[in-house]
Design a protein around this ligand. Structure first.
Ligand SMILES: [Zn+2]
Length: 415
C-alpha cells in the first residue's frame, strides 16, 4: 500500500479502538470516516489483493453476509463487516481492522452498491431482493433497480449471484451488453430464495406491463422478462446445488427465509471454488446475528428476538415466529424512518389466534392498524409487563430497529 494509505489505515484502526474504549459502539463508522478523510482511496487500497464478495439487497443482507463469510472461511481468513456497518466507512474500517486477509465478504447498503463496486472491484456480488423501505428517505424500488443495473454494466468481469424470484433483481442483474463497445452482460448465477412480498413487483421494470404469477413462476405479460431457471434452490430442509446434489442444511437460525439465505451463501462461496459439501457444516455455527434471533430465558419465558424493519421483513418475521404469544414493538425514531404508514402495507392476519401484545413509542399506530385488521391485542407499557402477561414458555418479540435495540438493552441489563 502507498504510505498515505498505510497511515490512513493505521489512524483509522486507532480511532475505532478509541471510540470502543470510550463506550461509543464498535467504532467502525468513525474509524472508517477518519481513514477516508486522510486517504479518499483508502477503501480501494485496502481491497486490492483480496478476493471480495459484496452482498446487497433490502432484507437479509446481514444474515447472508455472516453465512457467506462462514462458508468462504473454508478457504482461509475472511474480513467482514459483521456489525452491520454497511456503508463505505464501515467497509474501510472492517478491512483496516482485519489486516491482510485473502478474502473479504462485505454487506453493502443498496444505495451504495455502485460506489462500493467501483472502490473494491469485487469478484462476485450477491443481489438478494428489492422492496420498499423507510418511506421518508429510501429511493423508490424501480429507481434502485435502475441504479444497480447501470452499475453492473460497468463491471463486465464481475460474477453476479442473483435472486430469480424477485423481478426487480432479475431485471437489474441482466443489463443488455453492447458488443460494438466490447461490453458483455455480466455472468449471472440464479438462486431461488422465495419471495413472500410481491407488492413492489407487479409492474414490469422493462416495459410497464403487468407481471403474472403462478406458483413460483412469474412472467411479464408484455415483454420477454420472466423468471430465469435457478441453479441453486431450497428443497425440504436443504439446498439443491447446480449438479442436482442435495445438501442437508442444519441452521441455528429460524425459518425458510434463512434456508434461502443459506442457499445464497453456498452459491456465492461456490464462485470462489468452495464446494457446498465442505461449506454446509460451517453454516450451522452461525447463531444470532447482531442480536437477531437471540434467545434469552427470563422468569420461565424463552424470549426470542426478531428484527423487522419494513413490510417485506414483517411478513418474513411472521413466518419465522412460532405459534406463541407475540410482542410487537414499533418506534419511529430517525433510524427507523419517521413515517409509520407502512403499517398498512403489512397484513397482520397471520397473528390471529395468538396472544398479541404491543408496546413502543408508536404502539397506538399499531393499535389502530391491528384493530382494522381484526387482530385482538393488549397494550403494555414496558417489556417487563409483557413478560408478566404471558404464560411460561416461548415469547416471540418482533420489533423494528430502535425498538429492537431498546429491548436488547433491557434484556442485557436484567441478565
Ligand atoms: Zn415487461
Amino acid at each position: 500500500m502507498p504510505l498515505r494509505a498505510k497511515v490512513a489505515s493505521s489512524v483509522s484502526r486507532t480511532a475505532a479502538a478509541l471510540s470502543r474504549a470510550a463506550g461509543r459502539g464498535d467504532g467502525s463508522v468513525i474509524g472508517g470516516w477518519i481513514g477516508l478523510k486522510i486517504d479518499p482511496d483508502l477503501l480501494a487500497h485496502l481491497s486490492s489483493g483480496r478476493a471480495i464478495a459484496l452482498v446487497s439487497g433490502t432484507n437479509g443482507k446481514t444474515t447472508t453476509t455472516r453465512l457467506t463469510a462462514a462458508a468462504v472461511g473454508v478457504l482461509g481468513r475472511v474480513a467482514t463487516n459483521s456489525f452491520g456497518a454497511n456503508m463505505p466507512t464501515g467497509h474501510t474500517s472492517a478491512l483496516a481492522k482485519a489486516g491482510s486477509t485473502p478474502y473479504a465478504v462485505l454487506e453493502v447498503d443498496e444505495h451504495y452498491l455502485a460506489q462500493v463496486l467501483e472502490a473494491t472491484e469485487p469478484h462476485v456480488v450477491a443481489l438478494l431482493n428489492l422492496s420498499r423501505d423507510q418511506l421518508d428517505r429510501a429511493k423508490e424500488v424501480a429507481m434502485m433497480a435502475q441504479l444497480w443495473r447501470a452499475a453492473l454494466v460497468r463491471h463486465t468481469d464481475l460474477r453476479v449471484v442473483a435472486n430469480a424470484d424477485d423481478p426487480m433483481v432479475v431485471w437489474a442483474a441482466t443489463p443488455p451488453g453492447d458488443p460494438a463497445r466490447g461490453i458483455r452482460p455480466p455472468h449471472v448465477t440464479w438462486f431461488s430464495a422465495g419471495q413472500r412480498w410481491h407488492d413492489d413487483s407487479w409492474v414490469c421494470p422493462e416495459c410497464g406491463s403487468t407481471i403474472e404469477r403462478s406458483g413460483d413462476l412469474w412472467r411479464c405479460t408484455g415483454c420477454p422478462l420472466r423468471r430465469p431457471e435457478p441453479q441453486w434452490t431450497v428443497e425440504d430442509e436443504g439446498v439443491l446445488d447446480p449438479t442436482g446434489a442435495w445438501h442437508k442444511v442444519s441452521l441455528q437460525l429460524p425459518g425458510k427465509v434463512n434456508l434461502g439465505n443459506a442457499a445464497t451463501a453456498l452459491a456465492v462461496a461456490a464462485e470462489f471454488g468452495v464446494r457446498p459439501v465442505d461449506a454446509v457444516s460451517r453454516l450451522g455455527i452461525v447463531t444470532s446475528v447482531a442480536g437477531r434471533y437471540a434467545q434469552v430465558n427470563k422468569d420461565g419465558r424463552n424470549i426470542r428476538l426478531l428484527l423487522a424493519k419494513n413490510p417485506a421483513s414483517w411478513l418474513e418475521a411472521f413466518d419465522m415466529a412460532d405459534e406463541a404469544p407475540t410482542l410487537l414493538s414499533i418506534n419511529a425514531r430517525d433510524p427507523d424512518g419517521l413515517d409509520t404508514s407502512w403499517l398498512y402495507d403489512v397484513d397482520f392476519a397471520p397473528l390471529r389466534g395468538r396472544q398479541v401484545l404491543i408496546t413502543g413509542d408508536r404502539a397506538y399506530d399499531l393499535a389502530v392498524r391491528l384493530d382494522v385488521n381484526d387482530v385482538p391485542f393488549q397494550h403494555v407499557r414496558a417489556f417487563d409487563d409483557a413478560i408478566r402477561s404471558v404464560p411460561p414458555g416461548r415469547l416471540e418479540v418482533i420489533a423494528n430497529y430502535t425498538a429492537f435495540q431498546d429491548i436488547r438493552a433491557e434484556l442485557d441489563r436484567v441478565n
